[in-house]
Write a protein that binds this ligand. Structure first.
Ligand code: PXP
Length: 235
């Protein structure tokens, strides 16, 4: 199973001071050097973390695979067409949410989605739809022109015990169905160091997309060296 690393929260940290560091592009390169199969960023309407200039720099720097997560707006469609990431992932976006809260509602938006995706598809950019692990949603995603479905694991991450096991079964079955109709399958949202292991057994899922847990872990594992280095300098 491959790992795609979402570097949005490096930008969140940088933006807290409005200066240059930490640089999400440097983080992306480091993630690639360490084996990440792809770099993911979400250019939000409010630009709360990744900014337009970050996306342009990521396009220059990333050599594995750049995945632009985006809402279904004509502004983002134009940005995708001019930036040409290897793939885009269509996600729902609400201005007030802290993070993406659920899968894209393909049932509701089917007609517009198909039309929206056409020029992106024609430009040779792969298309992923972030959806719930649901058979009907997967079927519609394929009909709308998706090459990949990213199954939403946010519910799985929040549940416990039997309810979590049931959700995992739902994800496993959805992944098998998606593969059987020719789609590539990714999973993401809320995955972390404690809840990821069962996914190793789901061979239909080729890749996981993880952001927050990795950036949060990096802060804690890196703090040790960062403190020691400062003490060395001032001693
Ligand atoms: N996949 C999608 C479609 C997302 O929107 C996000 C969050 O930006 C992720 C994966 C990564 O989620 P997390 O930060 O919880 O690992």
């Amino acid at each position: 199973m491959r790992l795609a690393v979402n570097i949005d929260h490096i930008a969140t940290l940088r933006n807290a001071r409005g200066e240059q560091e930490p640089d999400p592009i440097a983080a992306a390169l480091l993630a690639e050097q360490c084996g990440a199969a792809g770099i993911v960023c979400h250019l939000r309407e409010d630009r709360r973390h990744i900014k337009d200039n970050d996306l342009a720099r990521l396009r220059q720097a990333v050599t594995t695979k750049l995945d632009l997560e985006m809402a279904m707006t004509s502004e983002l469609q134009q940005i995708a067409l001019s930036t040409k990431p290897e793939l885009i992932t269509l996600v729902p976006e609400k201005r007030e949410e802290l993070t993406t809260e659920g899968g894209f509602d393909i049932m509701r938006h089917f007609a517009v989605v198909s039309e929206f995706l056409q020029p992106i598809n024609a430009a040779g950019i792969e298309i992923s739809l972030f959806i719930e692990p649901d058979r009907h949603a997967i079927e519609l995603a394929a009909k709308a022109g998706a090459d990949i479905v990213e199954l939403h694991t946010g519910r799985y991450a929040l549940l416990h015990d039997e309810a979590r096991a049931e959700e995992l079964t739902r994800i496993r079955e959805a992944a098998a169905y998606a593969r059987s109709i020719g789609l590539k399958v990714v999973a993401g949202h809320g995955l972390d160091y404690r809840n990821i292991s069962p996914f190793k057994e789901i061979t239909d899922i080729e890749e996981v997309s993880i952001g927050h847990a990795i950036i949060a872990r990096a802060v804690m594992t890196g703090l040790d060296e960062a403190v020691k280095e400062m003490i060395r300098i001032i001693s």
